[in-house]
Design a protein around this ligand. Structure first.
Ligand code: NAD
Length: 373
């Protein structure tokens, strides 16, 4: 088996680690930065605190990034970078903020709109500004990946863009910044972590370094997610979920994600289901499908390593975890018509589907969505 491993992002992890921001800006030679963030972090005072602490280097702020960031928000950030002559970008927020900022830090180097990159009408830029990524959710791992997921809400499109140019220069992961995350967002983002770990592990591009990271992350989610949901200021649970998020990010950064993520994009675009909840909706179903053809025993090993007797018990535990953390376990309530269901099937035929160890056909997707309906 041949494999390669690459991780170019400097990671600083720990409670209170946001204090090293000033040093990181200095280390990167930043003199004039754009702070990209979301309304919730403007409201809770974090954005203002960071601007006050770094008043010489952070003069420009964009705080309107919404969940599933739109290409227009990315264009607004790229415009601010150009107008203000910024030489670095600081992203503070959930995966939506990080992705918007990652894309803007590259798209600002050319005058083309983000929609043209999303629709693959032009190649992604090769230049970019240095980016410091500070996640405030424990979920996406975006702070260490080369992926940015953007949406064009007008066109009903959501898709990941992937280029080494999107790697942040530095990730500052401070678990204390996640204490204010609401319970449902904690559950959604935690399920995203579990899906990253599992889909990195059973991915057809799996490799041993990422396998080890994936197992570590999955074990942490089973141990700590429920507590993080129930006790938002539980320091151990928040720290371990932040650790799980980064290690799961490192696990999937190279192999990529698989079928549950392929299905998540239309579940979010068509039905508005938050990203992590959308991934979690199908992950236990794909686990049962994959367990039936586990010829090399890898899935059984994953189940053992995370504390279960077999893959079916692990799938059951995921279903229970979803139920206990208040996540959807079906699409009941959407009253999906046959036409809507077929649209979900067609839009789930995303390239990530092909990373699943068992080939997933259109008919299998149709059956899965019918079961969920
Ligand atoms: P999010 O960034 O959309 O945030 C969800 C909500 O939580 C938002 O309203 C946000 O303002 C709020 N929030 C964030 N941090 C908070 C805090 N500390 N306190 C209070 N509220 C807070 O959610 P997410 O799950 O982190 O990111 C999802 C996005 O990331 C999706 O678009 C998904 O497709 C993408 N994603 C990207 C990658 C990648 O590698 N780039 C990987 C997985 C997912």
């Amino acid at each position: 088996m041949n494999w390669h491993y690459l991780q170019p992002v400097t990671i600083h992890f720990g409670n209170g680690m946001i204090a090293c921001l000033k040093d990181e800006i200095r280390r990167l030679g930043g003199t004039r930065g754009l702070l990209v963030t979301s309304p919730s972090l403007e409201k809770n005072g974090l954005a203002a605190r960071l601007v006050a602490d770094n008043e010489k280097t952070l003069q420009t702020v964009y705080s309107r990034v919404s969940p599933n960031p739109d290409v227009s928000q990315c264009d607004a950030c790229a415009g601010l970078i150009r107008q203000n002559g910024c030489d670095f970008v600081l992203a503070v927020g959930g995966g939506s903020v990080l992705d918007c900022a990652k894309a803007a830090a590259a798209f600002c180097t050319a005058a083309a709109p983000a929609s043209e990159y999303l629709e693959k009408k032009r190649p992604l830029p090769e230049a970019h500004l240095p980016l410091i990524a500070v996640p405030t959710t424990a979920g996406t791992g975006s702070e260490i990946t080369r992926v940015a997921v953007l949406s064009d809400h007008q066109k009903g499109l959501k898709a990941p863009l992937n280029t080494p140019v999107f790697y942040p220069a530095t990730a500052i992961v401070d678990p204390e910044l996640t204490y204010t995350v609401p319970k449902h967002v904690t559950a959604c983002t935690g399920m995203d972590v579990l899906c990253h770990a599992i889909e990195a592990y059973w991915n057809i591009h799996h490799q041993p370094v990422c396998d080890a990271l994936a197992i570590h992350a999955a074990r942490l989610v089973f141990r700590h997610l429920e507590t993080a949901c129930e006790e938002p200021e539980n320091a151990l649970a928040r720290e371990k979920m932040a650790e799980a998020s980064v290690t799961a990010g490192l696990a999937f950064a190279l192999p990529g994600t698989a079928a549950a993520h392929a299905c998540s994009y239309p579940l979010t675009s068509n039905l508005g289901i938050p990203h992590g909840e959308a991934c979690g909706l199908t992950i236990d179903h794909f686990m049962r499908i994959n367990a039936e053809k586990d010829t090399d025993g890898r899935l059984r090993e994953l189940a053992f390593a995370t504390g279960f007797d077999n893959a079916c018990s692990m799938a059951d535990a995921i279903s229970e975890l979803k139920y206990r953390t208040g996540l959807k376990t079906s699409l009941a309530g959407y009253d999906l018509t046959d036409d809507q269901l077929e649209k979900l099937v067609q839009a789930s035929l995303h390239p990530n589907l092909q990373n699943n160890p068992v080939p997933i056909t259109e008919a299998m997707l149709r059956d899965l969505y019918r079961d969920l309906r």
